[in-house]
Design a protein around this ligand. Structure first.
Ligand code: PBG
Length: 339
């Protein structure tokens, strides 16, 4: 993290001139406090059924859903660029969605096939899978719906099975994004009991009920299922900061190896507080809506896409994040390689 704070005696103008260090490019490079590297990137990718099939997502310019064969190619490219990990998200066929999201437990579901394809194409890249039922449920919620309520403990039992299913397919990082209480501990026990004590858990610890997830719900096709409903009874209230620290503390106690704050840019204060308070690997998710707004403005010619991409990603580093889940990952890795 960043070094000392403002010194007691910061100097005085005109002896001190802050602009001296900024005068030349070499000097600016020399005094830069934070740097973005390819090692900081996790690339979220959407998969769908079919062969050699790609589909644009209109609300996420430049992002496509890929069939499994194309996913294997994309993983190869990410691997070559040195991206450490890919996060997989399924756009499940509407016909396979059920009220209880049983497809999540199918060993042949899109995510499991995707994990295996990536591992075959590129064994050295890490694969991360979401644990939540929303890509599979007819109501679009992350948990089980009983008499109008998302029930906690019954959901957690299913999430444990989902996590083990994904670990059996070869998933390296299990990422519970559902925000049920007690799920991290229950998933840890289930993984250990199934012999997956080496599988990491990256908890979506502080996940807010955010309007910035809109384009993601288009991408996985859960928007029509949710039909204007919201997730406020399980995701956090954007008004709260202290509560995020409590969520993180609980997830650490339950066995999370790493934690995440989500969304990213509007919640950089939370990233900073989490990193400073707990010091464990802390990630931020630059979510679909953040990506969409930067791209939309760039398409209009109002912002420079490449520069806002790099600036926004660097901001996560400055806030204390160890890495960022970003739809820009491939573009950023290419740009960083160019130097
Ligand atoms: C599902 C999930 C969501 C995202 C990641 N996992 C959406 C949601 O909670 O409704 C959002 C990611 C993004 O917007 O890019 N549990």
């Amino acid at each position: 993290m960043n070094g000392p704070r403002v010194p007691e005696n910061p100097g005085q103008f005109p002896t001190t001139r802050m602009r001296r260090n900024r005068r030349t490019a070499w000097s600016r490079r020399l005094v830069a406090e934070n740097r973005l590297s390819v090692d900081d990137l996790i690339w979220p990718v959407f998969v769908h059924d079919g062969k050699a099939k790609r589909a644009a997502i209109p609300s996420m310019p430049g992002v496509e859903r890929l069939s499994i064969d194309l996913l294997a190619q994309a993983a190869g490219e990410a691997c070559e660029l040195g991206i450490p990990a890919i996060a997989l998200f399924p756009a499940t066929d509407a016909a396979k969605k059920t009220p209880d999201g049983d497809e999540a437990l199918n060993a042949e579901n899109l995510v499991c096939r995707g994990v295996r394809a990536i591992k075959e194409a590129c064994p050295e890249i890490g694969v991360m899978c979401d644990v939540a039922l929303d890509p599979y449920t007819t109501h679009g919620h992350d948990g089980l719906l009983r008499e109008g309520q998302i029930v906690n403990d019954e959901t957690v039992a299913v999430l444990c099975k989902q996590a083990v299913n994904q670990a059996q397919a070869g998933c390296d990082i299990i990422a519970p994004s559902d925000m049920m209480d007690g799920r991290v501990g229950a998933i840890r026990r289930a993984l250990d009991e199934a012999g997956f004590d080496d599988v990491q858990i990256l908890a979506y610890a502080a996940k807010y009920a955010s309007a910035f997830y809109g384009p993601f719900r288009d991408a996985v096709g859960s928007a029509p299922n949710l039909a204007g409903g919201d997730k406020k009874t399980y995701q956090m209230d954007p008004a709260n900061g202290d509560e995020a620290l409590r969520e993180v503390a609980l997830d650490i106690a339950e066995g999370a190896d790493m934690v995440m704050v989500k969304p990213g840019m509007p919640y950089l204060d939370i990233v900073r507080r989490v990193k400073e308070t707990f010091g464990l690997p802390t990630f931020a998710y630059q979510v679909s809506g953040e990506y969409a707004m930067l791209c939309a403005a760039a398409e209009k010619g109002w912002l420079d896409r490449e520069r806002v991409m790099l600036e926004s990603l660097l901001a996560f580093k400055r806030a204390g994040a160890d890495g960022v889940l970003t739809y820009f990952a491939l573009d950023a890795a290419k740009r960083l390689k160019r130097g």
